[in-house]
Design a protein around this ligand. Structure first.
Ligand code: 6R9
Length: 570
């Protein structure tokens, strides 16, 4: 609602910076109640914007729906009341397992309003991916759609904590199984008044799952106070102003889709558009033209796909509404920055952050000099550095590579990994939070991304754990051993590649390769599906029997293999 001063410099914003700037604008005082669901809807109505459009949704086949801030306030109340009626309490985990339909966005608010914890999961997840996350969070209810119900049903009997499966569309009451309930927003009486749960700064809000190199995915616990960071970074970095039409292309199954696809824009009272259909350059440009999108937050893989579609197609659309473009999730190559400036008249500005950080940490923003290929500088109030990988001492030399680390204390920082305080503690060294990424910092404080410091695969902006894929592969009847790494890809930067040995009695064939790929797609997700399977006689192992992914990775990327003195000999 209050937009950024038009003339400012990075130094001006950084000088005397305090998060209390956001607290004041949000009229929040330490110790007060703070509830993201209320801030994103009720407060905007109280400020006189009840009739402003909050959500303009477009689904498959061109279905459109529009909701004002008053509509989303009422929808949040209605869903919150329904959940309370089932006996869902504050602190309970409620999973959202839906495509990008309005119910996903509106349930997010409703769950938070009653003080329960939202657990958003990507709807393309297969039953195994879903199972490990619901089991870990001891989730009490899942809100889903008819099309995703079979996956939930398949694992239901193994999830004793899962009491309710709430279906928001198309299932006949007579087809419901035990514990399944129907909810229709359209058929429900709107609830005008709801007692918002008295959440305070440290009350848990959102639980996103993220993949690491080892072990199962970790639940990243966020709290309602994260709003302070998300509000201010949205305002300053995404530069959202009253009259903007904003489009965040991320799915709320991932953190960008919640921090900047729900909380940031709605806490500022901004109109946002959602497109729930697959990618095509034509469809995306048409969407921008039709909705007169002004601010666009997307990801490098999408930008590279648009580049591939060519410059000609851009000319057949009127994209003159675009005022500001930003990107996140993977390295944004300088070609993409330069290309976007040429075809759209403005560059995509890179932003760097993580599920764990909850909000943008390193960034370019309007008014700042852009250096194509650099991620920009730390957001005001964020103390960042790169640490020596051996001594963990901050590196003062410009241009020398180190581990990106931050001094904790910003409002949106995760509070722990769910049920895993040890893994959380492992993320800190000498008081620094280790991001797990490597970069160098130049003489003007700009960060230049180098790569991840672990084996996690970043495919098209989505993190995939090699461990999860390896474990799932072992469940295939033909697979003896498996090792998973990435291989280069023109659009997605990297994709999953599996190396496997077969069990006796199985022979390699293109059919078996396809079968293995599909097995992972169904069990985990299309993102985790290996794009290539290589059958091997044996996998490279250390003498102590550990598989050396590093050797396979180096081979795929044409890199030096490095020290292989521990490699097992024949
Ligand atoms: C928001 C989000 C985090 C990881 C992060 C890093 C990679 C994110 C990046 C980037 C290069 C950027 N990453 N932004 N790499 N340049 N601008 O993506 O969260 O899914 O947790 O991923 O993504 O490796 O550590 P998340």
């Amino acid at each position: 609602m209050i937009s950024m001063p038009d003339h400012f410099t990075y130094d001006e914003l950084s000088r005397d910076f305090s998060w209390s700037i956001a607290e004041k604008e949000l009229e929040y005082k330490p110790g007060d109640r703070i509830n993201i669901g209320w801030y994103c809807s009720d407060r905007i109505c109280l400020k006189g914007h009840a009739e402003k459009t909050a959500l303009h949704y477009e689904g498959f086949g061109g279905v459109e729906k529009k909701y004002t801030f008053n509509d989303i306030r009422l929808a949040g109340n209605t869903i919150g009341t329904f959940l309370r009626g089932l006996g869902i309490n504050d602190g309970d985990r409620v999973c959202l397992f839906m495509d990008r339909i309005p119910e996903l966005y509106l349930s997010f608010l409703g769950i938070l309003k009653i003080g329960a914890i939202v657990q958003p999961l990507f709807s393309a997840f297969g039953d195994e991916s879903l199972f490990v996350r619901l089991e870990n969070a001891q989730t009490r209810a899942v809100i889903t759609q008819k099309k995703h119900l079979p996956k939930v049903r398949k694992i239901r009997s193994q999830l004793p904590h899962l009491e309710y499966v709430i279906i928001v569309d198309g299932v006949k009451a007579s087809d419901l199984e035990k514990g399944e309930v129907l909810f229709s927003l359209e058929k429900s009486e709107p609830v005008e008044n709801l007692d918002i749960h008295p959440t305070t700064a440290e009350s848990p809000s959102v639980l996103h799952y993220t993949s690491g190199t080892t072990g199962q995915p970790k639940g990243v616990k966020h709290v309602h106070y994260s709003l302070i960071s998300q509000y201010l970074t949205t305002k300053w970095v995404l530069d959202l102003r009253n009259e903007d039409i904003y489009w965040c292309t991320a799915d709320p199954g991932w953190v960008t889709g919640t921090s900047y696809g729900i909380i940031g824009p709605w806490s500022l009272g901004i109109t946002q558009c959602v497109l729930d259909s697959g990618f095509s350059a034509q469809a995306w440009y048409k969407f921008i033209e039709k909705h007169r999108v002004t601010v666009w937050y997307s990801a490098p893989t999408a930008i590279r796909s648009l580049m591939k579609a060519g410059d000609e197609i851009v000319k057949s659309f009127d994209l003159s509404s675009l005022r500001h473009l930003a990107s996140v999730g993977e390295p944004l190559n300088s070609e993409a920055v330069i290309w976007s400036e040429r075809v759209f008249g403005k560059p995509f500005l890179d932003t760097f952050w993580q599920t764990e950080t909850g909000s943008i940490m390193i960034t370019n923003f309007p008014g700042m000099k852009v250096k194509p290929g650099s991620m920009g500088k730390t957001f005001p109030g964020i103390r960042g550095t790169v640490l020596d990988p051996v001594t963990y001492a901050p590196i003062s030399e410009h241009g020398r590579a180190g581990l990106i680390a931050f001094q904790p204390g910003w409002p949106a920082m995760m509070r722990t990994y769910w049920n895993n305080p040890e893994k959380y503690r492992d993320k800190f060294v000498n008081g620094w939070y280790l991001s797990g990424d490597r970069a160098s910092i130049d003489n003007e404080g700009y960060y230049w991304f180098i790569g991840r410091d672990d084996d996690v695969i970043n495919t098209g902006g989505h993190l995939v754990s090699p461990f999860e894929v390896e474990s799932a592969l072992l469940e295939h009847p033909a697979v003896g051993e498996s090792a998973v790494t990435s291989k280069p890809d023109e659009i997605n930067m990297e994709v999953v590649k599996a190396f496997i040995t077969l069990k006796p009695g199985f022979a390699q064939s293109p059919d078996l390769e396809l079968d293995i790929m599909n097995f992972i797609r169904k069990k985990l997700s299309p993102l985790a599906m290996p794009q290539a399977v290589e059958f091997m006689e044996k996998l490279p192992k250390t003498r102590s029997g550990k598989i050396m992914r590093r050797v396979l990775h180096a081979k795929e990327w044409g890199e030096e293999i490095g020290d292989i003195s521990t490699l097992e000999n024949d």
